[in-house]
Write a protein that binds this ligand. Structure first.
Ligand code: ASP
Length: 354
């Protein structure tokens, strides 16, 4: 055999597999939180407002993927739209802590490198998802919290805002309600659902009327994506839970709990009662079921969200995508704001169970 032929053959077999084109598989999935979101306590105006922003976010991320952007860039673009909207419990619409503050958490993970970044308990960063990405890309760390994370964000040229930027009247009222209900529940053991006031069905809605605060609601936002290079990414951003105690951190910034991505398995972003999601290491568990047990994406996601979490009393849901562009969006609550878009542009936005 000629030497040059052998050399060519060796070079060919040494080519990275990643040269494979995934442009017909690009996929983006998002969520805007789960909870007691039912047709009964929704109004047509609210539904329209939520669907509009979800669609803008979906199209924004899809545009990035279509133009050859990475999954991390698409996840960031999508989440920023929801962070800037007062409708979701992330960024501008963040819920209030027990002390009447807004403390935000966010994280990102890249499936190709298994690199990750997260920030927790920040009060002045306008777009926490972007700072989480800066932690991943520009620091030697994975997670930064509180004042340190804010100092880092400033150094990185991230947009800093006054904490009052996060104030919305609807969320503040929700805090007051939550505080009052805690007391009532102790006194009368009343069910939260019974106290859910039905929203008016007619009339001109102002911004505060459009923010869904009825019942139990986990309004975290998240996004998972598969780009044309075959790389997965997952991101999550939240204000946490209304009336959370000082310094409480949820699952959203915890890699493996609220966010996880691995090109060998899937990308996952969660929303729900964070304490349960942390204890069940939800996002990683779904990935591990695929890796170790060979389960498909939907089966793995159902096993964790519809079985394990239900048995343990953990309410919420997840969105996930694998490298083939398969998606899963299971939730065990009454509703979950969710949507997806595929490489052919087919998209859907859903809210309720049916
Ligand atoms: N998982 C979030 C947390 O516990 C809440 C949410 O999903 O809205 O902080």
């Amino acid at each position: 055999m000629k030497k040059s032929y052998i050399l060519a053959l060796t070079l060919l077999t040494a080519l990275p597999v990643s040269a494979q084109d995934y442009s017909d598989k690009i996929t983006l999935v998002l969520h805007g939180g789960a909870g007691t979101i039912t047709r009964d306590n929704m109004t047509p105006e609210k539904e329209k407002a939520y669907k509009e922003v979800l669609n803008i976010a979906l199209q924004k991320g899809y545009g990035v993927l279509k133009k050859g952007g990475t999954s991390v860039q698409a996840v960031e673009a999508t989440i920023r739209v929801m962070e800037d909207s007062p409708l979701f419990n992330a960024g501008k619409g963040a819920v209030f802590t027990n002390e009447g503050k807004n403390e935000l958490d966010a994280s990102i993970m890249e499936g190709k490198t298994l690199k990750a970044g997260a920030i927790a308990g920040v009060t002045t960063i306008r777009n926490p998802i972007s700072t989480a990405i800066a932690v991943m890309e520009k620091s030697p760390h994975v997670m930064m919290a509180g004042k340190g994370a804010e100092k880092f964000a400033k150094e990185q040229g991230q947009e800093i805002v006054d904490p009052s930027y996060f104030y919305t009247e609807a969320r503040y009222k929700a805090l007051e309600r939550a505080k009052a209900e805690e007391k009532t529940e102790l006194d009368h053991d009343a069910k939260e659902e019974q106290k859910v006031k039905k929203a008016p069905k007619t009339g001109q809605a102002n911004l505060e009327d459009l923010i869904f605060t009825e019942g139990k609601k986990f309004g975290t936002v998240g996004c998972v994506a598969l780009d044309q290079f075959g790389n997965l990414a997952a991101g999550t951003s939240t204000g946490g839970m209304t009336n959370k105690k000082y310094g409480r951190i949820g699952d959203a910034p915890i890699i493996g709990a609220g966010t996880y991505a691995n090109n060998a398995t899937c990308a996952v972003s969660a929303t729900g009662h964070g304490e349960f999601f942390i204890r069940s290491v939800v996002a990683y568990d779904i990935s591990a079921l695929m890796e170790y047990k060979g389960l498909g994406l939907q089966d793995a996601a159902n096993e964790v969200v519809m079985k394990k979490l239900v048995e343990r009393g953990g309410e919420g849901g997840i969105i996930a995508v694998d490298r083939k562009g398969n998606i899963a969006m299971p939730f065990n609550s009454e509703g979950m704001y969710r949507g997806y878009i595929k490489s052919d542009g087919k998209s859907e936005i859903l809210i309720y169970k049916d």
